[in-house]
Design a protein. Structure first.
Length: 223
């Protein structure tokens, strides 16, 4: 997979993707992640990427020229262009799974008040939001989306079973509580069923706990 991130803050996008499993996935050739500065496609001497809003309003909006040129240079026939925006479709594990099957993604990061809507109309295949809140810039969101997608690629986690047993593998349930050794830590004990070796009972306990945890933390998923 190839992922190109378009932003005016490439260092912010790349920093969290340069450690741990995502770093190893890149070193193993499973994915290539590049971040590009949109200013590199700006044509004026000040490398300007924003301007005031037509019709008035507060803030600045990213202009179409540099973004049109950047995507024209980076796009391939199989490319999917994704805009990171709070107005987008909610990013969920199912969406990450769908996108992990793509071969080339361009993640476009908004800033200021967003991007000129002609960019969305002409270039963007999917608008994505990582939550109902506002971030300083879209590069942070692009890093989150990239991490979620890359860890689903074959070989990225090392153990192919790992993504199957996590929260949102079942889109309506959170992951059950997990414990490690020692079995007794300062009087706090691991549930006996997990030490029993009875796989059917353990599976039933995990399902019951997953439902309880989901009801407590995310009742909307059960609805």
């Amino acid at each position: 997979m190839h992922i190109d991130i378009l932003t005016i803050f490439p260092e912010i996008a790349l920093s969290p993707l340069s450690e741990s499993m995502i770093k190893r996935a890149q070193e193993a050739g499973i994915v290539e992640i590049r971040a590009h500065n949109i200013r590199d496609w700006a044509i004026d001497k000040h490398k300007r990427t924003d301007d005031t809003l037509c019709g008035g309003g507060q803030g600045m909006l990213m202009i179409p020229g540099p973004i049109f040129d950047a995507i024209a240079e980076l796009r391939r026939p199989e490319t999917k262009v994704i805009l990171m925006t709070p107005q987008g479709k909610p990013f969920k594990q199912t969406v990450a799974q769908e996108l992990s099957g793509e071969s080339h993604l361009i993640l476009l990061c908004g800033h200021y008040e967003g991007v000129d809507h002609r960019i969305i109309d002409e270039l963007v295949d999917l608008e994505l939001s990582i939550g109902d809140y506002i971030l300083t810039n879209g590069a942070i969101a692009a890093a989150v989306v990239t991490d979620a997608i890359v860890r689903l690629l074959p070989g990225a986690l090392g153990d192919e079973r790992s993504p199957e047993d996590e929260s949102f593998s079942d889109p309506n349930l959170l992951e059950a509580p997990a414990y490690t050794k020692p079995a007794d830590f300062r009087g706090l004990t691991v549930p006996e069923v997990l030490l029993s070796g009875h796989h059917a009972n353990i599976a039933a306990w995990k399902k019951e706990q997953a439902i309880a945890r989901t009801r407590a933390n995310r009742p909307d998923l059960l609805d």
